[in-house]
Design a protein around this ligand. Structure first.
Ligand code: FAD
Length: 213
């Protein structure tokens, strides 16, 4: 007999993958879910905290979509950046159309300069986030969005941040995408989250598990 203590995501997942009556799952609260629970108050539902699941592995996406069948709504991203007294769509690097012409010019010229072969001797894994931005998106996009936005978000100088995490989170467009974005031509979605699925209600009960309270 395997004893699992705690019916948070880790305990529920362990129980699910054991797939049989070879375990007992103990939970001290009245319901399963741990930090992923929601509660009702005055007719409103409050989540303990919002949770994003990034499905980098198709097998996990299929698992969650199967478990939550009929309980997930699909949404498209509609996010905008307030910049230079206008709104431009996210991600900035492929949506400079509508910004002042000199800003668009800075962004285009800076990006084009990144296409030249790199002269840095710093190994790619050792580059700071700021270096990554300058090398991959250019000085204009760095100055007009990426550096001020990310320093506000992370609250540190981007020279203090590594760049090994950015490859799948920060879209690296090709030159056609950047030019299209400057001209207002939209022919594809960008980023890791152009659409997402939202749980109508966190439904831990749909995880196939035996739960002893
Ligand atoms: C603010 C915030 C935002 C987050 N956002 C994300 C996100 O966007 N995406 C993401 O993937 N993760 C996110 N996380 C992390 C995620 O919540 C946790 O990694 C995950 O919930 C941990 O699951 P767990 O089962 O290890 O622990 P928990 O969810 O803490 O579950 C532990 C369970 O054990 C029970 N327990 C404890 N002691 C006992 C005992 N002695 N006997 C019986 N039961 C016991 C508890 O009651 C609880 O139900 C976030 C966390 C926080 C705090």
């Amino acid at each position: 007999m395997i004893l699992i203590v705690g019916a948070g995501l880790a305990g529920l997942s362990t129980a699910y993958h054991l797939r049989g009556p070879v375990y007992r799952l103990y939970e001290k609260e009245k319901e399963a879910g741990g930090l992923c629970r929601s509660y009702q108050k005055d007719g409103f539902t409050f989540d303990f905290t919002g949770h994003l699941l990034h499905f980098r592995q198709p097998v996990i996406k299929e698992l969650v979509e199967g478990l939550m069948a009929g309980k997930l709504d699909r949404h498209g991203r509609r996010s905008y950046i307030s910049s230079h007294r206008t709104y431009t769509e996210y991600p900035f690097q492929v949506n400079t159309y509508g910004l002042p012409p000199e800003v668009v010019r800075d962004c285009l010229m800076g990006f084009i300069a990144t296409l030249a072969p790199s002269t840095t001797s710093v190994p790619s894994g050792d580059r700071s986030f700021k270096q990554w931005i300058l090398e991959n998106l250019g000085e204009g996009i760095a100055k007009h969005f990426m550096v001020p936005f990310n320093e506000k978000l992370w609250q540190v100088s981007l020279e203090e941040l590594t760049s090994d995490w950015v490859s799948w989170l920060v879209p690296k467009p090709d030159v056609k995408d950047v030019v299209n974005g400057a001209l207002g031509i939209k022919d594809k979605a960008f980023g890791y989250n152009p659409s997402w699925r939202l749980a109508q209600r966190i439904a831990c009960a749909c995880l196939r598990t035996d739960l002893w309270l």
